[in-house]
Design a protein around this ligand. Sequence first.
Ligand SMILES: Cc1cc2nc3c(=O)[nH]c(=O)nc-3n(C[C@H](O)[C@H](O)[C@H](O)COP(=O)(O)OP(=O)(O)OC[C@H]3O[C@@H](n4cnc5c(N)ncnc54)[C@H](O)[C@@H]3O)c2cc1C
Length: 319
Amino acid sequence: MPKDCQEKFVRSIEGFESAKITQYGYAVEYDFFDPRELHETLETRKIKNLYFAGQINGTTGYEEAAAQGLVAGANAALSFLGKDPWTPGREESYLGVLIDDLVTLGTKEPYRMFTSRSEHRLILREDNADQRITEKAYKVGLVSESRYKIFSEKKNKIIKEKDKLAKLFLRPEDEKIYSSLKIKEPKSATSFLDLLKRPDLDFQDLAKAFSIETPDNDIVFDIETNQRYSGYIKRQMDEIEKMKKNRNAHIPSNFDYSNVKGLSAEITQKLSKVEPRTLAQAWRIPGITPAAISALMVYLKRNETETADKNARGSTRES
Ligand SMILES: Cc1cc2nc3c(=O)[nH]c(=O)nc-3n(C[C@H](O)[C@H](O)[C@H](O)COP(=O)(O)OP(=O)(O)OC[C@H]3O[C@@H](n4cnc5c(N)ncnc54)[C@H](O)[C@@H]3O)c2cc1C
C-alpha cells in the first residue's frame, strides 16, 4: 500500500487520528518460473540437467523450499550417477502433493503446503513418516546404513507383534478376560488386533487381560494407532477411489454452489467464478480441496438420484 494510504488507514482508527508511522509496511514481490514447465524430478523441461527448487517455482515458505531442494538435489545426483529418478507420490508424503500440484496445476498465488491440499491426510502422519519414506530414501542413498538398520528392526518387530496379536482371540467362553476388561461377552471370537479398534480399550489393558508382555512404546503406539483408525483410513481410501471414478460427473451450468453444504465461502466463490463443467475440472482449480470435491460429489450424486426418482414417478403417472 502506498504511504499515504497506510497513513489514512491507520488514522481512521479511533484514537489513532494523529498517529505517526515510523516504519511503513512494505510488500514483497517476486517473479517465478511456471512450475508446469518442470518434470516431476524438478528438472526443467526445456534445459536438461537444470533443476529448480524453492520460491522460484511459485512457492513460499522455508519447508516448501527445503523440501523441493531435497528432491531436486537428489534427482540431480541420481541423474549424474545414471540411476532412476525419485519422485514421491501424493499418498506417500506432503512433498509428493506439493510437487504434483505444482507441476500439474501450476499456481497463481504463492503456494503454501496446507494439509487440506492432501486427499490422504489420515495417512500422511508424523508418527508414520519413517514407514512411508525410509525404504525409498534408503534405495536412493539418502538414508545411512545405521539409520536403515534401526528402521528395519522396528518394522520387523511390528510385523512379528501384529502377527502374534492376530492369532490371539477373545472367545465367548473367556469370561475371566472380558469381565476384567469390563466389556460384554463377545458374540464370536474376536482377535486382540480387532479389539484394539474399540475406543474403550487400549493396548496396556488388553495385554494385562491376556497376560502377555507389552512391547516397546513405539511399537505399541504404531499398532494401536493403525488399528484404531483403520476404519477411517479405509473410508478415506474408498472416497478417493469414488472421486477418481466420478471425475467425469457433469456440473450443470449456472450451478448454485451455495447450496452445497461444507463448502467455504472462498471455495464457493472460486467455483462460481471458474464454472467448471466436470468434477475433474473443479479438482484442478488451485485451492479447491479434496474435502470440497467430496462434498460436491455427494451433492451431485444426491441430485442425480432425486432427479431420476422424479422422472421415474412422472413417467409412471403418465403411463
Ligand atoms: C519478510 C519475509 C518473511 C518471511 N517469513 C517466513 C516465515 O515466517 N515462514 C516461512 O516459512 N517463510 C517465510 N518467508 C518466505 C521464505 O523466506 C521464502 O519462501 C524462502 O526462504 C525461499 O527460499 P529459497 O531458497 O527458494 O529462496 P531464497 O531464500 O530467496 O534463496 C535464493 C538465493 O539465491 C540467491 N541468488 C539470486 N540470484 C542469484 C544469482 N543470479 N546468482 C547467485 N545467487 C543468486 C539469493 O541471493 C538468495 O540467497 C518470508 C519471506 C519474507 C520476504
